[in-house]
Structures are given as structure tokens and as C-alpha cells.
Design a protein around this ligand. Structure first.
Ligand code: IDP
Ligand code: MG
Length: 150
């Protein structure tokens, strides 16, 4: 079982797509662990995107992620990290697979709607950055045995 951080970024919040993103992750079979609606401050933005510091798009990225609230969530399931990245689609919407969120709702990399952790290590770091341990809910869903095979 893996856990991964998902952000519905400011453009998707402004466009009324929080429910759409949640619906797709639920329909995929993933299980919600935590959720918080957050106005991101510069400090959190810089910590979250530290790996991109110094890149040409960094200042624009910090402005983007702090421009309106985000819906931060943790989702879990078998292969959750890869599954959620796939549901989001490639970083550039024009390279994202048809049926993915970035394909279906996006045009440009600077407004690509969502964030999802890209590896087990970043998933753990990002979950810890955005949520306190007691905000992560461990629970069982009656449907789990029909979706998870372990
Ligand atoms: P990811 O969100 O698919 O993991 P990353 O390469 O980690 O993609 O980049 C983080 C975010 O930075 C992207 O989702 C996008 O919002 C933004 N970004 C990445 N590359 C560019 C670019 O070339 N121009 C503008 N923004 C970019
Ligand atoms: Mg990334």
C-alpha cells in the first residue's frame, strides 16, 4: 500500500474542478486519507517546490501555487503513486494521455491543474510537509477487498 500527496492547484480550484479531481480518484479505487483546503504561503510553496529552485519557471511556479487556495489531499492504495500520476497525466498537457486530467482540462504546463508525488521518497516527504500525523486517517472501506488484492 502506498500513500501519495495530491494538490488541486489554484487554476483547478478557480475552475470548479475540485469535485472532478476527487471523483476521478475515487472512481479509480483510491482511498482518501486526508484533505485540507489551504491558502499556500510563500514559505510552504518554497519548501514544496525546493527541487525546482533556480529553474527559469521557478518564480512563476511560486506565484501560481500561491495565487488562490489549493485542495491538498493524501490518497492511498496499491501502486497509488504511479496510479495517481497516470490519472493526472504528463506534466505538459499536450503530452498527457487522452482521458487524463491534464489532457482533458489543460493546455499549458504553467496551468496544469494538479500536483502528485513522483516517487515513494517524495511522497513521504510531501505528505509530512502538508499534513500532521494525526490528520492522516487510517480506515477500512467495505469495498476494499474488491479493489485491493492484498
Ligand atoms: P509535475 O507537476 O508533473 O511533477 P515537475 O517537473 O515536477 O512536474 O514541475 C512542477 C510544476 O512546475 C509543473 O506541474 C508545472 O506547474 C511547473 N512547470 C514545470 N515545467 C515548467 C515549464 O517549463 N514552464 C512553466 N511551468 C513549468
Ligand atoms: Mg514534480
Amino acid at each position: 500500500m502506498e500513500r501519495t500527496l495530491v494538490l488541486v492547484k489554484p487554476d483547478a480550484v478557480q475552475r470548479g474542478l475540485i469535485g472532478e479531481v476527487i471523483a476521478r480518484l475515487e472512481r479509480r479505487g483510491l482511498r482518501l486519507v486526508a484533505a485540507r483546503f489551504v491558502q499556500v504561503d510563500r514559505k510552504l510553496a518554497e519548501r514544496h517546490y525546493a527541487v525546482h529552485k533556480g529553474k527559469p519557471f521557478y518564480d512563476g511556479l511560486i506565484a501560481y501555487i500561491t495565487s488562490a487556495p489549493v485542495m491538498a489531499m493524501v490518497w492511498e492504495g496499491p501502486n497509488a503513486i504511479a496510479a495517481v500520476r497516470q490519472t493526472m497525466g504528463s506534466t505538459r498537457p499536450t503530452e498527457a494521455a487522452p482521458g487524463s486530467i491534464r489532457h482533458d482540462f489543460g493546455l499549458t504546463v504553467g496551468r496544469n491543474l494538479t500536483h502528485a508525488s513522483d516517487s515513494p521518497q517524495t511522497a513521504q516527504e510531501e505528505v509530512n510537509l502538508w499534513f500532521k500525523p494525526d490528520e492522516l486517517i487510517t480506515w477500512e472501506r467495505d469495498l476494499d477487498r474488491w479493489i485491493f488484492d492484498a
